[in-house]
Design a protein around this ligand. Structure first.
Ligand code: GDP
Length: 171
């Protein structure tokens, strides 16, 4: 089945979104950046379409100590094996240099990417700051709130539009 990987710098809410999408508390969510270690997998189904969702440790491309290098390696493995990638960033801090680096890494992979701008907690009109994220050059932007669960349906719709469910190989 198709593989969908969640990537992004630490603390943007990848684990929170992963938990919302899977409906299970499989990933650890904490305030300390980089708490999600290695990769965590979950079978998902959306509108009858089955895929494997992979959460990765945060990527921190501008720092290279042992753990961050390891997390980056894990994320790269997930990107390489993915059919579609959800890049997560957060509304709160705007576009950061790390976001630009990660977006570059993803574009080089040539894989379809959906950008989830997390922490859009207020319902209603999308905030103006959301449009800044078009500068990352990834195209599609979905505002979400991992905590409240807003936008997760739109996110899954956007992801599934990139996946090929006609392949009849099991796993
Ligand atoms: P990760 O390192 O990218 O996996 O981030 P986590 O999922 O561990 O979340 C990091 C912090 O952001 C935690 O304190 C979460 O509670 C918080 N957080 C996650 N999603 C949201 C959201 O939609 N809105 C707000 N306000 N906070 C969030």
């Amino acid at each position: 089945k198709p593989i969908v990987a969640i990537v992004g710098r630490p603390n943007v809410g990848k684990s929170t979104i992963f938990n919302k999408l899977t409906g299970q508390r499989l990933a650890i969510v904490e305030d300390t950046p980089g708490v999600t270690r290695d990769r965590i997998f979950c079978d998902c189904e959306w509108c009858g379409n089955k895929f494997l969702l992979v959460d990765t440790g945060g990527i921190e491309p501008r720092i290279d100590d042992g753990l961050l290098a390891h997390m980056r390696e894990q994320a790269q493995i997930a990107i390489d094996s993915a059919d579609c990638i959800i890049m997560v960033t957060e509304l709160t801090n705007g576009v950061t240099p790390q976001d630009q680096d990660i977006a570059g890494m993803l574009m080089r992979s040539g894989k379809p990417v959906v950008l989830a701008v997390n922490k859009c907690d207020k319902i209603g009109e999308p905030p103006m700051e959301l449009y800044d994220f078009y500068s990352l050059g990834l195209g599609e932007i979905i505002p979400v709130s991992g905590v409240h669960g807003h936008g997760t349906g739109d996110l899954l719709d956007a992801v599934c539009a990139h996946l090929d469910f006609t392949r009849d190989d099991e796993d």
